[in-house]
Design a binder for this molecule. Sequence first.
Ligand code: FAD
Length: 649
Amino acid sequence: MVATNDCDVLIVGAGPAGLMLSTWLSKLKIRTRIVDKAPTKVLVGHADGVQCRTVEVFQSFGFAQRLVDEGAHINEVVSWALDSKGDLQRTGRIPDNEPGTSRFPHAVLSQGRIERFLLDAMKDFNDLTVQRSTAPVSMSVDQNLVGDFSPNSYPISVTVRRLTEEESVPTQLGAVPNGLHRSNLLADDESDAAKGTKEAGAFDNAGEEETIRTKFLVGCDGARSWVRKHMGLSLEGDAAGAVWGVLDAIVSETTFPDIRLKCTVQSKVGSILIVPRERDYVRFYIQIGSTKPGERFDRSSVTPESIIETAKKIMAPYTLECSDFEWWTVYEVGQRLCKTFSHDKRVFIAGDACHTHSPKAGQGMNTSMMDTYNLGWKLAHVLLGKATPDLLKTYSEERYKVAKELIDLDYKLSRMFSAKPKEEGGDGDGVSLAEFKAFFKSLSRWASGTAVHYLPNMLVAPERQPALAPGLPTGMRFESHLVVALADARPWHVGDRLVSDGRWRIILFAGDIREQEQKAKLEQVAAYLDTPDGPIRRYTPPNDDLDSVIEILTIISNPRISVEPNAFPAILWPARKPYGSRAYDKLYADDSSPVTPNVRGEIYKNLGIDPKTGCIAVVRPDQTVSLVCALDEHKQIGDFFAQFMVPRA
Ligand code: FAD
């Protein structure tokens, strides 16, 4: 029997990782519960950088524009260092992202606002909210049921307890409250802050316990993860930590000309990272010390004023006066990684629970959200009976690789940042300006999040040799370009057709179908896809729309008006239930729209696809390219899906 407190997925922790997962699962209508020990979401401070790839994912859920409008945008990174006379000089400017990396900016906005967007989305999608001031106290996994993925099998039981105010509210750091100027909160966050108080009854049920039966448990509960500990796992690596002073302040007066640009400043006194923030705030990151394993840093000497005093010394002779310290912290972190992110295909960890590193590359929040963006659709596929549980193995494989790369790069970045400046060609351990600049440049693509590259596995076919589309490597995110809809001449970014709704996409780059041979190839592909044993009908429930599991999008290379929509086989623009209207939004051309004649996405050229012969790309629900093959290799599509998809009766 299903009890009301049973769920399919229980998430512990409602930081960026937990909220991204609950947003995904809400969108896919999965029965989800999410608990967090804190009484409110983050309100100010914490992480702030949102890389281009994360913005693309927000777009696929429909709320990227909120971030783009509210956030500061990082376009250029400037380095400052001492010249041979010992004077601080601007030593280089590089674009924050290589031109063409993404159509979205690298934006900077408080973690609390990112959490707001996710909280709003999960509420909108499936009325899901976070159960706050609640933490797990015990868990058990029934080994007899672990391999039983039938609908009524709940192998995991977790007992959670409602916390008291003392247990739930994080302690403030030092005498000056670290953050929370209520007057700075936007109206939608103000109500959240108010809800987490005694007056609002947030702690009325303190001490109450509840046992939740669940099919999957996901620990998104940060660096000190309770779930990780109960999986018998730990973070391994450099227990020594870098200690960072982080401060968000309004700069009331400065002679430093680049205060609204992202800057690294290296002087004899130390290094500082400056990040322009929303609402005229500026974030200062200064490494103020480091700890050896087992050692604790004495935070009592650090205040917002002391952080600014250090900043002033580093930036001298430029002046710097700050007012309105919105948030500050002493952030102590080592480069540490958990050896696996899953157990028994039933319990998973994500985000800071699996990897910790310095804030310098602005990756913590992004990598954490991308962990659960990778996991969410896979859990849903298994829960909805679309795929076998084996595909869950790929979560840890894929995300461990990303986390390992992040930790390795962060290690190098830390060395660059804390090393003393060295004369060009000089001896010693320092880092020369040229090395510093070259390293930062090499980071740009990686830091945008678009360089994530999963290795071949059951969801990522090996790269076809020779590559048919060098711009579409398997294991990387689908790079979006503009196309135009055949039927209504509307320009579309292909990325906007790859919404996060749990569907796979087969993208047919049909080539130039004015050529009879090419048209015949497209018809053969369509005929294959339309057969009862083809991947569309095999995996789509009989009463559902034909595009409900796998959607086919066709992009031709010949001009839009050189072909009529009804020249295409029916499976490529299937009829929709209940009225039988045709799905005109499946057919596109690599062409401009009559209203923007000079704007053409040139998708074939940009992805390196031959405009005569085209190719086929299979794209996962998280927009990762799974398979690329030639049109006449279309049977590979069926072989690919047969590895993990479950045929529908
Ligand atoms: P978290 O954001 O840590 O979220 C974990 C959630 O789990 C929290 O809401 C917590 O209340 C909850 N939780 C924990 N334990 C339990 C439990 N037992 N039961 C129930 N709930 C639990 N990154 C930067 O890039 N720049 C910064 O300046 C920066 N500053 C930071 C300052 C602080 C004080 C902290 C803690 C982190 C900072 N980070 C910063 C890191 C960044 O915030 C994280 O990388 C990112 O938030 C990771 O997201 P997450 O969801 O994995 O974990």
